[in-house]
Design a protein around this ligand. Structure first.
Ligand SMILES: Cc1cc2nc3c(=O)[nH]c(=O)nc-3n(C[C@H](O)[C@H](O)[C@H](O)COP(=O)(O)OP(=O)(O)OC[C@H]3O[C@@H](n4cnc5c(N)ncnc54)[C@H](O)[C@@H]3O)c2cc1C
Length: 390
């Protein structure tokens, strides 16, 4: 079988890798592989601390993917010969004021619905788990099963693994799916997934031969990369917290990189506006939780675009007999790599219903290309933009 994959982010590459392993002839199309969210992300694999009200349908798939990550990381490292920075360290969620503490308690109720391990911690117990926490921290919760991976290392390893598996990479954009010479097409173009219009639209053509598009929206996020200098200590856990009602997270890599994130807004593909304020807010909040961060070297400010959907759930499934969607992963596209790749590989293998029904890419009906988004769709689910996000 000949498979064309549109998009060489981590989702497209992981699908390509699985499809090639199953014996398919795979071509991945992307004008700039790795230019999307996959190399900006923090890398949290967080079925507990990424649980949000209104997104309960995501829970089992997040859990399945998180559980698959250790084996997926080992297999990818063996296939690529490269490390992916998977870290089995717990996540702490802490607050500095009474209001923050109340917010964490509210969140913890939802965390407990994930049926995974969650422990309430006193301030002293929290500092025992993470000695770098500020003395102002008022306690919080521990999610021992939320983990993290280095998304840049994962993307680099996937590139190497697909090459070794015989996948061809074509550095050219696609706008007309109908023009692709393939038996099956997978749309994995992140925030570009809404844009296959105006040039035939091939497989997205509806019964009445109209053109249709996927309901993917762009949710911008700023994230910082810092580095401890010399013998400076770094957090040994992932720290998430609320500071005067605003959230922030701190993810540490084995190599000493410390990622602080992230903002969230819907200003489209704007890489510049508002970054100064974002840097200021993220640094101030992270330093309130972990004062040592003020001593680190600020290496990078990056801006990425999360592919969101009207109900914040991904779009994974068949659009028609030739086309599959694997996009819309919003805040959780790194966490969901293993489960998405497995589900799409099964769909390609003819297994109907391999992806959860809640992720059906046609659940919003067919959206006419070029039409303004349906306001009712945007009101559905929890699509409201939060000020800070993962
Ligand atoms: C600041 C920030 C922090 C995040 N933190 C986390 C986190 O901690 N944990 C987590 O799980 N997720 C996180 N995410 C979300 C995660 O990064 C995304 O959900 C995930 O990377 C989406 O991967 P993707 O492969 O679908 O898309 P992308 O990585 O965006 O890749 C899409 C690719 O498609 C290509 N493309 C676009 N249009 C076309 C076209 N017409 N033809 C061909 N190719 C095309 C692009 O060039 C790009 O390479 C974060 C995101 C951001 C922005």
């Amino acid at each position: 079988m000949r498979i064309a994959i549109v998009g060489a982010g981590s989702i497209g590459l992981a699908v390509a890798w699985r499809a090639a392993q199953a014996g398919a002839e795979v071509v991945v199309h992307d004008p700039d592989p790795g230019s999307g969210a996959s190399r900006v992300a923090a890398g949290m694999i967080a079925p507990v601390t990424e649980a949000h009200y209104g997104e309960e349908a995501l829970g089992p798939f997040m859990a399945e993917s998180a559980d698959a990550w250790p084996g997926f990381a080992r297999e990818l490292e063996a296939a690529s010969g490269l490390q992916v920075g998977f870290r089995d360290v717990p996540t702490l969620v802490v607050g500095v004021e009474d209001g923050d503490r109340a917010e964490i308690e509210r969140q913890a109720e939802l965390y407990r619905f994930t049926a995974r391990n969650v422990e309430a911690l006193s301030p002293r117990a929290a500092r025992k788990v993470e000695p770098l926490l500020s003395h102002r921290v008022r306690g919080g919760v521990l999610a021992p099963e939320d983990r993290a991976v280095d998304p840049r290392a994962v993307h680099t390893a996937l590139l190497a693994a697909v090459e070794r598996a015989g996948v061809m990479l074509r550095c050219k954009g696609v706008d007309d799916l109908g023009a692709l010479d393939a038996d099956q097409v997978v749309i994995a173009a992140g925030c570009g997934s809404a844009e296959f219009i105006g040039a035939g639209g091939g497989a997205l053509r509806g019964a009445e031969s109209a053109l249709w598009t996927l309901p993917v929206r762009t949710v911008r996020g700023v994230v910082l990369r810092l580095r401890a200098v010399g013998a400076q200590p770094v957090p040994r856990t992932t720290v998430r917290g609320y500071v005067k009602g605003h959230s922030v997270y701190i993810v540490t890599r084995e190599n000493g990189e410390v990622v602080v994130g992230a903002t969230s807004d819907e200003r489209g593909f704007d890489r510049l506006t508002g970054t100064a304020g974002a840097v200021h807010d993220l640094l101030r909040r992270s330093i309130e939780l972990v004062p040592e961060i003020a001593e680190y070297h600020l290496e990078e400010v990056s801006v990425g675009f999360r592919p969101g959907t009207p109900d914040n759930l991904p779009l994974i499934g068949r659009l028609d007999e030739r086309t599959i969607a694997a996009t819309g992963h919003y805040r959780n596209g790194i966490a969901l790599i293993p489960a998405t790749a497995a589900a799409v590989a099964a769909l390609l293998g003819g297994e109907e219903g391999a992806a959860p029904a809640a992720f059906d890419p046609l659940r919003f009906g067919r959206t006419r290309a070029g039409a303004s988004p349906d306001p009712d769709l945007n009101a559905a689910g929890g699509a409201t933009t939060q000020e800070e996000d993962s």
